[in-house]
Design a protein around this ligand. Structure first.
Ligand code: ZN
Length: 501
């Protein structure tokens, strides 16, 4: 059995979850479900980043103790599991004891290696980025990501000798030992590495930031928030206590992240692991950002998309479907209500949903709700095989949109097959042919529902029930003859009722 360990980045909890993180966590869930369906020993981790200047300041402004503030907001992120039908196996909080002890253990490994030293730091710090920012990266004296002037800091901090690992990191990326997808992001990271990565400031004095994980052996310093947060990928497995989960799941197979935090993952994190003598993750998948009605989302424009609102109105599968279907997996995309409704009606209600209800209803009408005798499927097997091939290939390439489109093409084909063969006419003149046509259609539905499961898990569950499909006979590959003669088919409620009804 293969193991598959996948993670999301852990968002700051200083605001409630937004649609951009919903995209990331739904993409990750889709990949995790895909691997689980294939039978891999899958472990899916998400969580929350609860330290850092930003959280400390926000809590202070609201007059709430930082831990209480973090506790309250972490609950909103935990609630995503039900809201978005997620299958995560664990949820790590960076204020948990398990995480703190693990992060301190990892720090100590870097010290043992001689990679941590103390020095004075003078520089610009962008609180929005939780990062120092080089003068050369400023635009008109401001951080280009946050349009804000950074704070000037002069501190005595610990530094991490990242420069020592520059060449090793570059090599890992060049050879795809650390696979970065899409390829454009791999090139971007190689450009960032350029002539070499600089050492990084790795702690803050507690008198400036009394909120974070204490540096082992120095009660006056807390760890830099990125050093703390990145460790979560291994601390969550029980790194502090050498839990069996570490040997079972580490290294991570995929870290799914947003395009703005590539350098922290493909640079800092990899350097930390190399220093500690821990194997590095196998892949980093990078997604883009979401605009709203063609514009950057902002409170002042009033165009912030609230995932809760969409789930309540259209159902969780519809929101997942939109995010995976309409937003290019590795690129920026737009969230538009008109487009959302068009896709819902056009693809979910009319294409997939209607195909299902028609075929199941005809099976009930003509065959008393029982699967007719199996065929060799000769008119349709090549379509099924093509869909499977494209589906699996695109999952490997982190193109979830293209994987979904392969399934949709099979659904289009099946709809065309209904129109071409007109079962309602065959029922009057050729019942043998009718049985063959209906078997072929039901078998295609089995493949379609299986392939849709990582995208729209709730609807897929209903489809499996309607087709009496169980884990024992899941069509993981393009094999034919899944459904057995006489097995029950039920009509069920419409999977995606039309919006105007
Ligand atoms: Zn910034």
């Amino acid at each position: 059995m293969n193991k598959f360990y996948i993670t999301t980045a852990i968002p700051y909890v200083n605001a409630k979850p937004h649609i951009g993180f919903a995209l990331e966590i739904v993409q990750t869930d889709c990949l995790a479900r895909y691997r689980r369906l294939k039978g891999d020993d899958t472990y899916f981790l998400t969580g929350t980043d609860e330290h850092g200047v930003k959280l400390y300041k926000t809590a202070k402004e609201e007059g709430i103790p930082p831990q209480k503030f973090a506790d309250d907001n972490a609950e909103k992120f935990k609630a995503l599991k039900d809201l978005l039908a997620l299958s995560n196996d664990d949820f790590i909080r960076t204020t948990s004891d398990l995480h703190k002890r693990g992060a301190q253990k990892l720090w100590s490994k870097l010290v043992e290696k001689g990679d941590i030293y103390k020095d004075k730091y003078v520089g610009n710090y962008c609180v929005g980025c939780e990062s120092y920012i080089a003068n050369s990266d400023l635009v008109d004296g401001k951080c280009p990501n946050h349009d804000k002037a950074p704070e000037k800091l002069e501190e005595k901090n610990y530094f991490f000798k990242l420069s020592r690992y520059s060449d090793q990191i570059r090599k890992a990326i060049e050879t795809d030992e650390l696979l970065i997808l899409p390829k454009s992001r791999k090139q971007e990271m190689l450009n960032i590495i350029g002539e070499g990565l600089p050492d990084i400031s790795f702690s803050r004095p507690k008198k400036i930031l009394p909120w974070g994980i204490t540096v082992p052996g120095d009660d006056d310093q807390v760890m830099y928030v990125w050093c703390d947060a990145l460790s979560n990928y291994i601390t969550a497995l029980g790194y502090a206590d050498d839990d069996e989960k570490v040997s079972r799941y580490w290294p991570a197979d995929v870290h799914v992240i947003g395009k703005d935090i590539l350098r922290f993952h493909a640079g800092y994190w990899i350097g930390m692991l190399m220093s500690a003598g821990i194997s590095i993750p196998k892949a980093i998948y990078v997604h883009g950002f979401i605009t709203s009605e063609g514009k950057k989302m902002s409170k002042s424009l009033g165009n912030v998309v609230d995932p809760v609102e969409y789930v309540e109105k259209y159902g969780v599968d519809s929101l997942r479907y939109y995010l995976l279907r309409e937003i290019p997996t590795c690129d920026d995309g737009d969230f538009s209500k008109t487009r959302f409704e068009a896709i819902y009606d056009g693809e979910l209600a009319n294409n997939v949903g209607n195909l299902f209800s028609r075929v199941c209803a005809m099976t009930e009408k003509y065959f008393d709700g029982k699967v007719p005798p199996a065929t060799d499927g000769k008119d349709v097997v090549s379509e099924v095989a093509t869909a499977h091939r494209e589906y699996h290939e695109n999952f490997e390439k982190f193109d979830l949109k293209a994987a979904l489109e392969a399934v949709l093409r099979l659904a289009d084909f099946a709809n065309g097959y209904v129109e071409e063969n007109r079962p309602w006419e065959l029922a009057k003149k050729d019942t043998n042919k009718l049985a063959d046509v209906m078997y072929n259609l039901l078998e295609m539905l089995a493949h379609i529902s299986y392939m849709l499961q990582p995208f729209i898990p709730n609807a897929a569950e209903k489809m499996f029930a309607q087709l009496s499909l169980t884990e024992q006979n899941f069509p993981a590959e393009d094999k034919w003859g899944i459904l057995k003669e006489g097995s029950e088919i039920s009509k069920g409620e419409p999977l995606f009722p039309r919006l105007d009804s």
